[in-house]
Design a binder for this molecule. Structure first.
Ligand SMILES: [Zn+2]
Length: 232
């Protein structure tokens, strides 16, 4: 039996339907942000089950990490592209939280994936944060954290330089620019910790690389990587 509140919500949704971030269909009251059909059809990577997955291979030799994976494949015109668009450009931070939750459920069921001590989202530059109103990677991190029962430490990395002007620079200059883009203001709480760095989409890996450079030299620190989506 549905509760009165649920019935009212279904009735309200007839007039103001909440739409699925993946396909735009009206959501039922038991669905949040992403409909059941989209969840079923998500192009999951299962990278967390394979230590030599495509994402890990791209990062090998650039910095040391324990495990690296992505939840889903990013494909042009697909559900994941819609979800990322809603998350980043259409003021739907909850879609990021939901995707984080969904991935964490899969991670919790894995026998090999090792739970971190702390989750650190890749920070946005302050001007971008003001413009968007939230950091999408932080919302993904919060969704992961709520299921994994691990704290999020968003202040562990800060963005120090605006990389928006980077398109004007040379390839080398661009890399150098991003290299200095992050810093770790307080390294002490990270000593002997296993941290999970979370980003939205992995394309070149340059962002993740510069985050890890900022954490270099911390005693006993081990790093794992998760991105919501991976571009094939
Ligand atoms: Zn859908």
């Amino acid at each position: 039996m549905k509760s009165l509140a649920n019935l009212l919500q279904d009735l309200l949704s007839l007039f103001f339907p909440e739409l699925c971030a993946g396909c735009g269909a009206s959501l039922f009251s038991n669905e949040r942000e992403i409909c059941t059909s989209c969840i079923y059809h998500l192009p999951v990577t299962n990278f967390h089950k394979d230590p030599s997955n495509e994402l890990a291979k791209q990062l090998w030799g650039r910095f040391n990490f324990k495990q690296a994976s992505s939840f889903v494949f990013f494909r042009k015109g697909g559900r994941v592209q819609n979800i990322i668009h809603q998350l980043k450009y259409n003021k739907r931070p909850k879609a990021g939280f939901r995707m984080g939750e969904l991935y964490a459920i899969a991670l919790n069921n894995s026998e090999t994936w090792q739970k971190p001590d702390l989750i650190i989202p890749v920070p946005l530059h302050p001007s971008r944060l003001r413009q968007r109103g939230y950091n999408q990677s932080e919302r993904i991190a919060e969704g992961l954290a709520s299921v994994l029962q691990v704290p999020v430490a968003p202040g562990s990395l800060v963005r120090t330089e605006n990389t928006q002007t980077q398109t004007k620079r040379s390839r080398f200059g661009r890399y150098e620019n991003l290299r200095d883009a992050f810093s770790c203001p307080d390294k002490k709480p990270l000593v002997n910790k296993h941290v999970l760095i979370v980003d939205d989409v992995m394309t070149t890996g340059a962002t993740l690389e510069s985050c890890c450079l900022a954490l270099a030299g911390i005693d006993g620190l081990s790093i794992s990587i998760i991105t919501l989506a991976f571009t094939e």
